[in-house]
Design a binder for this molecule. Structure first.
Ligand code: 6GU
Length: 229
């Protein structure tokens, strides 16, 4: 699986070289590249934005550098790509979307800044037969640009790719698995910490009882979460 991020801030993605994903990149279970949008900007100032038609606050990213950058991705790769536009107006990201995107060969993230990218860019590429286009939000709040959202999505997707996580069993047990169960609370040594004991059943060695306790604890957690919404 290949990940490409088109951005004016390539440095934003440095954390991907850490931890699990960094190691997966090292052993080539996945690859990651950034494309600097500014390299596709023309003119003395290499400007990538302009004021909005119709007026209003802020700046809009110009279509020309985006068109040139995405054309370049298509030209130097073969086959189909999933082209993702992170936007607060998109479909809200969840585990099902992460699973579906983890089956892609090549994910390309178009990281917009300012008030967004000129709407004709999405309109233009939506009908390209080599592109499956997705507009995706990471939740009902606003952040300053697509880079943060892209990091979140890459973390969620990359760990689902075979060979990225050491122990694939941990994918089954954890929160938001296929049946939508929340994970049970976990404990390690010491058996009592600041007066708080570990639930006794977990020390019992009775695997059936432990499994039942975990199911019930996960159910209670979910109940609590529903109340908070
Ligand atoms: Cl994908 N981008 C921005 N700028 N804000 C967001 C978002 C994306 N998802 C939620 N808020």
């Amino acid at each position: 699986m290949k990940f490409t991020a088109v951005t004016i801030f390539p440095e934003y993605f440095a954390p991907l070289n850490l931890s699990l994903i960094g190691k997966a990149i090292e052993r080539e279970a996945l690859s990651f590249e950034t494309i600097d949008l500014r390299e596709f900007a023309t003119g003395n100032h290499r400007s990538v934005d302009d004021s909005p038609y119709g007026g209003g606050a802020g700046m809009v990213m110009s279509p020309e550098p985006w068109g040139a950058a995405i054309d370049n991705v298509l030209a130097k790769n073969e086959g189909e790509i999933d082209l993702i536009f992170p936007t607060p107006a998109g479909k809200v990201f969840n585990q099902r979307i992460a699973e579906s995107l983890s089956n892609s060969n090549h994910l390309v993230f178009a990281c917009g800044r300012y008030e967004g990218i000129d709407a004709r860019v999405v309109e233009f590429y939506r009908t390209n037969p080599r592109i499956r286009l997705h507009e995706i939000s990471i939740g009902d709040y606003v952040i300053n640009g697509g880079e943060g959202a892209t990091l979140v999505m890459i973390e969620a997707i990359a760990r689902l790719i075979p060979g990225v996580i050491g122990n694939p069993e941990s994918l089954l047990e954890e929160s938001h698995n296929e049946i939508g169960e929340l994970e049970y609370p976990v404990y390690t040594k010491p058996a009592t910490w600041r007066g708080l004991p570990v639930p006794e059943v977990l020390l019992s060695g009775n695997h059936g009882a432990i499994e039942n306790w975990r199911k019930e604890a996960a159910r209670k957690r979910k109940e609590g979460q529903d109340r908070r919404e």
